[in-house]
Structure formats: structure tokens, C-alpha cells
Write a protein of this length. Structure first.
Length: 120
């Protein structure tokens, strides 16, 4: 079962050239021990678009089992998602256990930087 990771450090966005275009979201964060796996960015589902135009995503991963020996240290973790690009979208907010990071579509530096990141 996936749970929120400890902390989000950065969120990067890119828009592909498909028709219709899609938004590629990459996030880097931290977990509180070794053994975490299957990190995902899970978009929240809305009945109607949010007033602020920000799509919320939960940065989650599968923690180690309680019986597994793991190193107790802060470690990096990354996840990505590809989303539809609705007309109302102004940016994304990625949530973790201790914080959230907002990145707007107007942040050109972020758009350029993530263009080189490969989403498998």
C-alpha cells in the first residue's frame, strides 16, 4: 500500500507536442529510510475544476515492510506522471507528508529543465 513520502524537494513540468498535448510532471523528494519502492504521482480527482487552476498530486511510494531491515537515513526518490492538459490548468501542487511544492506552467525555467528528463 502506498503512503505519502516524507518531503517533496522539486517539481518540474514539460508539455509535449502530441495532439492533444500532455503535461509531463517530474518530482524529486525524500524518504525517511531505505527500502521504499514504486513511487508515483497520483492526481486528485475533481468534480469541478479547482478555482486556483492548480492540479493537486500526491507523491506516494510503498514503504518497506516492518519486518525488513532497512537503513535509517534520508534518501532521494523520484516519480513522474503524464496528465491531460485541460484548459483550466495553471500549474501543479505535489503533496508529501511534511510539505507541498507548487510549480506553475508559466515557470519557463522549469519547463526547459524537465525537457531532458525521460519518463518511462
Amino acid at each position: 500500500m502506498s503512503v505519502p513520502i516524507y518531503k517533496v524537494n522539486a517539481v518540474h513540468l514539460a508539455i509535449d507536442k502530441s495532439h492533444p498535448p500532455h503535461l509531463h510532471v517530474s518530482a524529486i523528494g525524500e524518504v525517511s529510510s531505505g527500502g521504499w519502492k514504486a513511487a508515483t504521482l497520483a492526481p486528485r480527482v475533481y468534480i469541478k475544476p479547482p478555482q486556483d487552476g492548480i492540479q493537486d498530486l500526491d507523491f506516494e511510494a510503498t514503504p518497506p515492510r516492518g519486518s525488513d531491515p532497512v537503513i535509517q537515513v534520508i534518501l532521494p526518490i523520484a516519480a513522474g506522471a503524464v496528465l491531460a492538459l485541460p484548459d483550466w490548468l495553471k500549474g501543479v501542487r505535489v503533496h508529501a507528508k511534511t510539505n507541498a511544492v507548487v510549480t506553475l506552467l508559466t515557470d519557463e525555467a522549469s519547463l526547459r529543465q524537465v525537457a531532458a528528463i525521460n519518463h518511462d
